[in-house]
Design a protein around this ligand. Structure first.
Ligand code: ADP
Ligand code: ADP
Length: 216
């Protein structure tokens, strides 16, 4: 299956991507994770991306698209993948369509995680990420007081771009640039909305149910 997850920052894309990709045995490709790995590795790509990420702006399309094109060409992505955080605007969606057409493929489904702004702010304010395995936690919902990852014992950190001001800007960027993807994919007939409120496992169940008619 070739899947895309869309939804505002904090909707739970990364969280659901972990479970959905693992249930379907396909690689999870998160552009945010790839950028963050480059930032912490001090690569040229990381240096370039950091200034945009810190402001909560999108990294320029040409850079992002080249990175995704390379990743999709890797062996493990040939039979399917779950994209988390890409595409993030209509030009990226159009190029993705072309890239997949070069492989003779297309997207099967786009899952839109639907959650209101108030919940998004609550989720982002408490988000913690494992510096070792990348797993996502929440201080309140997962009762994380100790800043240690239950999965690998790595140290948890708070992302720089989860500061309140930057969060507000990221939500504006989402409304202006990313939300139009919802009608773009609805017009293509491959959009399915998933209620992303309630417990994580419940959202995963809804996502798997939405996918079941398409999973071979
Ligand atoms: P969230 O899921 O909280 O919105 P991500 O981890 O997906 O955050 O992305 C973090 C940042 O990485 C974005 O604010 C943006 O600067 C950059 N980024 C990630 N994906 C893309 C993309 N497809 N195009 C441009 N920038 C991106
Ligand atoms: P995104 O990738 O869309 O930005 P994340 O998956 O990083 O979102 O989730 C944002 C925060 O919300 C994280 O702290 C995560 O633990 C928490 N979270 C995700 N899904 C839920 C849920 N269903 N209920 C409560 N908190 C959630």
């Amino acid at each position: 299956m070739r899947l895309v997850l869309v939804g505002p920052p904090g909707a739970g894309k990364g969280t659901q991507a972990q479970f959905v990709a693992s249930n379907l045995s396909i690689p999870k490709i998160s552009t945010g994770d790839i950028f963050r790995a480059n930032v912490s590795g001090g690569t040229e790509l990381g240096k370039l991306a950091k200034e945009y990420m810190d402001r909560g702006d999108l990294v320029p399309d040409e850079v992002t698209i080249a990175m995704v094109r390379d990743r999709l060409a890797e062996k493990d992505a040939q039979d399917g993948f779950l994209l988390d955080g890409f595409p993030r605007n209509v030009p990226q969606a159009e190029i993705l369509k072309k890239i997949l057409a070069e492989f003779g493929a297309g997207l099967d489904l786009v899952l839109e995680l639907v959650v209101d702004d108030e919940e998004v702010v609550r989720r982002l304010a408490g988000r913690r990420t494992c510096s070792q395995c990348g797993r996502i936690w929440h201080v309140d919902f997962d009762d994380k007081k100790d800043d240690v990852c239950d999965a690998c014992n790595g140290k948890l950190y708070q992302r720089d771009d989860d500061k309140e001001e930057t969060v507000r800007h990221r939500l504006e960027v989402y409304q202006e640039q990313t939300a139009p993807l919802v009608s773009f994919y609805a017009d293509e007939g491959i959009l399915v909305g998933v209620d992303a409120t309630g417990p994580v496992e419940e959202v995963t169940r809804r996502a798997m149910e939405a996918l079941s008619p398409y999973a071979g």
